[in-house]
Design a binder for this molecule. Structure first.
Ligand SMILES: Nc1ncnc2c1ncn2[C@@H]1O[C@H](COP(=O)(O)OP(=O)(O)OP(=O)(O)O)[C@@H](O)[C@H]1O
Ligand SMILES: [Mg+2]
Length: 257
């Protein structure tokens, strides 16, 4: 799968260029090379990887194969050494760090593998957090009524029990924290949802309920979904399953070819 990254090498005709960003792929990765600073043993090369608007994609692969690293690149949490990562037509590397954070808050819902909840904030404030940096997303979540939307999502995730929304995130079980992270990713209908093994801490019934909610919310928003899981059987619920080895080459060394 070799690629020409330079997809938009030719200038687009004005009529096409003026089209709304919705015409752009949700995610387009081209010619990317990435190595963690100071780690010579792992380097990721992604020649071409694209997610269509509204597409639901399952990313699988063994532990250590770079799935979370790839998701980090898609979210702009890390930037590539070379190549481009575009989300909704925006080149993430062209944004300053602060602008990238704002872009992520506005357009991406991210369930990190380690959840990344703020332990000293309440459950409700954790869910509402991305809206603080994204006025349009806050408006989509109901503006002043965003807390009600957050509670609706928490209830759908089985966290409606009295007091949970007001509890400190640090006091929750791991499975509860994972569901809070999911509500935070979904609130305000972001256009791209990225979920890194979001069901790993859930029992079977909770996992099914979680996936039902995830798919319903993603469909409601017309969002794209990129989800990592070791459970390839989940693939039947997705439009496409991509094994890490198809999306990327992993080589030792700082400079992947
Ligand atoms: N923050 C980091 N700093 C340095 N190296 C890292 C960092 N995160 C991951 N790595 C390294 O990058 C490689 C790929 O890790 P990554 O977390 O992307 O794999 P993964 O496929 O998500 O694994 P898992 O299924 O266990 O979550 C590993 O060698 C790991 O040690
Ligand atoms: Mg991982």
């Amino acid at each position: 799968m070799s690629l020409s990254l330079a997809r938009p090498a030719e200038p687009l005709p004005a009529a096409v260029a003026a089209e709304p960003a919705a015409a752009a792929p949700a995610v387009a990765v081209a010619g990317v090379r990435f190595a963690w600073p100071g780690r010579a043993s792992f380097a990721l090369a992604v020649d071409w990887f694209e997610v269509a608007p509204g597409e639901r994609l399952l990313l699988t692969g063994p532990s250590g194969s770079g799935k979370s690293t790839l998701l980090g690149l898609l979210c702009g949490v890390v930037v590539p050494d070379r190549g481009r990562v575009e989300v909704l037509g925006t080149d993430l590397a062209a944004l300053s760090g602060a602008a990238r954070d704002r872009f992520r808050a506005a357009h991406l819902g991210v369930i990190f593998q380690m959840f990344n909840l703020l332990p000293y904030l309440s459950v409700l404030d954790n869910v509402l957090l991305p809206l603080s940096f994204a006025p349009e997303r806050r408006a989509r979540a109901g503006g002043a009524a965003a807390a009600a939307e957050a509670r609706r999502l928490l209830a759908r995730l089985g966290l409606e029990a009295d007091g949970v929304a007001r509890q400190q995130a640090a006091r929750l079980s791991v499975g509860q924290q994972q569901r809070v992270a999911a509500a935070r990713a979904l609130v305000g209908a972001p256009a791209v949802v990225v979920a890194d093994e979001p069901t790993s801490a859930l029992d079977r019934d909770t996992q099914q309920a979680f996936l039902d909610l995830l798919f319903a919310e993603v469909a409601r928003a017309g969002a794209s979904l990129v989800m990592v899981s070791h459970d390839v059987a989940l693939g039947r619920r997705f439009d496409r399953t991509v094994a890490m080895g198809e999306a990327a080459r992993v080589t030792p060394g700082k400079s992947a070819p």
